[in-house]
Design a protein. Sequence first.
Length: 262
Amino acid sequence: MFGEHVLAGYAGGNAGREALELARGIVGLTGGRLTAATVHPPGRPAAAGEARALLDQAAAAFPEAETALQESRGVGRGLSVLASRIGADVIVVASPEGGARGRIAIGSTADNLLHSAPEAVMIAPAGHTPGDGLARITVAYVRRPQCDEAVARAAEAAARYGVPLRLLTLAIGDAPRDALRDDLALAARLAAETAGVEAETELAEGDDVAGAAARAGWPEGELLICASSEDAAAHRVFLGEVALKLLRAVPCPVAVLPRGYF
């Protein structure tokens, strides 16, 4: 699905380590390449020196990672430009330090990536540790083409890595339950036809996104995959309002796929 070349944004501290740990876990599954990158503003030699020192820290802690410096006025923009240049297919960042442990917080870097990146974007919750690896893949499903693409890619990944696949739909308020269950059944058929995977389906009910998400189980080793919204430009990430609320409510890493991801 992704992970042939993983780019991790490294800014030092616990958050930097968490991003690199998550990225290392991905390439441990895929056998892909890992690059740790630090972005610094242009025209500031001192900042470039500080960025190089951070990368030296990353290289010492993660000797298997390649390292790269990128000059840019914005970290998210810089990571995206670098990913395109080196051929990375996913950008991994962590939640800013100081957020609620086990939950994703959206800093300025993640916000930029979640609204413009041409690569898949993965975010680690605060305090995340890889544990024993990938235990299950969950796709946040709403019946539309982008989500069908996500189901197909996730089914292929579940088959490749030998893990279960869950298709999860949130039923908020008075949403039509029967129609949502029918949509999930069609999505499960797509997973079977694409990769021979028998997907679990779950309809999580609640008065709001956080309440519904809390009723869905989130075991250690879960990865949630979200598709970009219909407002996304072709081959770009753009996270919609409901998906953004879900991202903030779950206790696991979340990957967001660009529109038209193949």
